[in-house]
Design a protein around this ligand. Sequence first.
Ligand SMILES: NC(=O)C1=CN([C@@H]2O[C@H](COP(=O)(O)OP(=O)(O)OC[C@H]3O[C@@H](n4cnc5c(N)ncnc54)[C@H](O)[C@@H]3O)[C@@H](O)[C@H]2O)C=CC1
Ligand SMILES: O=C(O)[C@@H]1CCC=N1
Length: 274
Amino acid sequence: MAQTRKIAFIGAGNMPQSIIGGMVQGGYPADAIYASNPSQPSLDILKEKHGIHTSNDNIEVAKAADVIVLSVKPQIMADACAYLRENLPDLNQKLVVTIAAGIRIEKYHQYLGNDVSIIRVMPNTPSLVGEGFSGVVADNNASADDKNFVLEVFNYVGKTISITDEDDIDVVGAVSGSGPAYFFEFMASLQKAAEAHGLSSEDARAMVQQTALGAAAMAGKSELTLEELRKQVTSKGGSTAKGVEVYQEANIDQISERAVNAAVARNQEMAKLF
Ligand SMILES: NC(=O)C1=CN([C@@H]2O[C@H](COP(=O)(O)OP(=O)(O)OC[C@H]3O[C@@H](n4cnc5c(N)ncnc54)[C@H](O)[C@@H]3O)[C@@H](O)[C@H]2O)C=CC1
Ligand SMILES: O=C(O)[C@@H]1CCC=N1
């Protein structure tokens, strides 16, 4: 059970919705969670579903909390930080966590002050169902206790890794942060292929998602490499070999490498832009 600190999410979009949902389901007290957003609908969902505190005013929730989680888009991070800095003279007494892609710790020190403790987290949306994956890296101001607290919070919603080299966060973002989108893209293509053979959309989707879940669960329980697990399915002279051959001919390794490189490059670009 994690220490309970009052935690305020600034921005209540898709990612904090997933994290907060997972936290409350995992047993983090809803009374210690706050969220702010300029528009009401996402706050209403959080309040009704999870019973957390909500407000349209970032300062109101930030004041109430010990930990502030910056959850706005990178494009508006500078403005959101400026507003906090102007209105919270005791910001250096709180812990600031950010889940934004790209923006580096050094920038947050410029935006919020060199004495503010910053921890960067790169989570992903499966946090909503307790199957998230997050990488966590801290600045030199944050204490070991601060970092442990953040790891514990994100352990409520999935698995975590502690990172020491900030550059690695861009890779975590490009693989597990963006990864659910890659898997959904692949699953949708398999679903379409099944439908093209006459299966109903419902059956095709059920078949694809259960297969993805089964494969991931098997990989999680097995000592074998992913390559060895693949070989177990691939009977010599059988049908899987023919299917796998098509992916290999299309050079699936190279496709994944290009996708990850493109996402890493965009994270590095955002570090310069915002
Ligand atoms: N969606 C994902 O899978 C992941 C997102 N992230 C990061 O999480 C952050 C949030 O992403 P999403 O939740 O997907 O974005 P989103 O677009 O769903 O939500 C952003 C929210 O911020 C609100 N907002 C706009 N201006 C604001 C302000 N001044 N103060 C407070 N709230 C404001 C918007 O109304 C919106 O509800 C981004 O920085 C992104 O890089 C990180 C990992 C995964
Ligand atoms: O697309 C994005 O920039 C964010 C970061 C990882 C997932 N979503």
